[in-house]
Design a protein around this ligand. Sequence first.
Ligand code: BES
Ligand code: MN
Ligand code: MN
Length: 456
Amino acid sequence: MSSTAAEYARRNQSRFLEELKALLRIPSISTLPEHQADCRKAAEWLVARLQRMGMEHARLVETEGHPLVYADWLHAAGKPTALMYGHYDVQPADPLEEWVSPPFEPEERNGNIYARGAVDDKGQVCAQLSALESLMAATGALPINVRVLLEGEEEVGGEGIAQFVASKPAELKADFALVSDTELFAPGLPTLCVGLRGMIYTEIDVRGAKNDLHSGQYGGAAPNPFVALAQVIARLKDENGHILIRHFYDDVEAPKEEEMAAWRTLPFDEEEYRKVEVGSPELVGEPGYSVLERTWARPTLDVHGMPGGFTGAGAKTVIPARAQAKVSMRLVPKMTPAKTFAQFKSYVLEIAPPGVDVEVRLIHSGDACVVPVDNPYIQAATRALHEVWGKETVFIRTGGSIPIVGDFARHLGLPSVMMGFGLPDDNLHAPNEKFNLENFRLGIQSLIRFLEEAGS
Ligand code: BES
Ligand code: MN
Ligand code: MN
């Protein structure tokens, strides 16, 4: 069955893409202070787009960081209310030299649109907005009540939206959240994401001498903060990838056997994953767990970078006075960010070698979550996906985090439908991020059908 909104979307597909390109040209990198104005510009662009399509009360909601975007349309009496969520902020684009086309000059190539934010998350936000516009334009109304809530700090922990949601404003009264920020398990395979890992993102600061020193004059007497930091990092995990922080695994909740059995039926080729997706000589991680278990349902620890010291071309013989490491941990259900950070901090301080001062800071954190699947919205979603993709939906988790999803449940009591259309090889957070144009198109169609089904 094809609705008039679906036809409207088909007719307007190329303009929807042009709208996405306009948003992609705004470099709304939330973590970099020099892009603060760009974040606001992206938020204002979204408010204008929501106003144009007939959404009401479209406005910025100020936070201590980048603004939220809110709009609603609440005239479907007796129908449920959706809270549609996405984020307009993006990750930094470096290393720039690895991009085939510049990150903020969207380019179509081989059936994809390439740009920073193409799939994470501007393309998916635009799919939501295109679906809403299609329903509004084709029918003069929406099949259910809709509130739109977009944030500009997802990639930096989502503090502003967390505070807004925790204050439970009347604007967020809804029956379910529709989150478009995830991916399909495989091309052409309709997917709902039902679990996310949480995370804590930390910095370890190490100080040795009062300032940088000549390494010939002082080497042998002055402490080296990088060596100290390397020794600390080397003791965070054993050679099997098992994390050595005391009590780290105490609260880990294993998925039910039924869920893991379903994962074993997913089309997953570990060798292909290693070679094509990861591209490393070997995979690593805890023995006894499959790749999907290790990346979806086990906690992990990673080092993102170690700023400081001399990193220029050539050689400089210096003992740096300071070193830093950015270290994050992914958490799984039942672990809490506060407890895990306390365990991490006391372990790092305990194993730090003599001669240096060590400080451990929490930058941001978010809870893990699993969402309930026994509700009519998940059922409506699978019906809609079946109509558009012609296949049964698979239920997966992801190893990534979307901090606000846990808060939707905790503070607002909302189940989330995580319906996203990215692909595993879309290069999220990496050079040459892309969004498959067919997935953009089918994503819009799926969202239209889903809103129609949710109102039927
Ligand atoms: N959209 C991602 C989460 C995601 C990743 C979903 C992969 C599905 C597949 C989200 O934008 C993201 O990157 N989140 C950050 C959050 C963090 C900075 C708090 C992440 O997971 O690193
Ligand atoms: Mn995202
Ligand atoms: Mn992201």
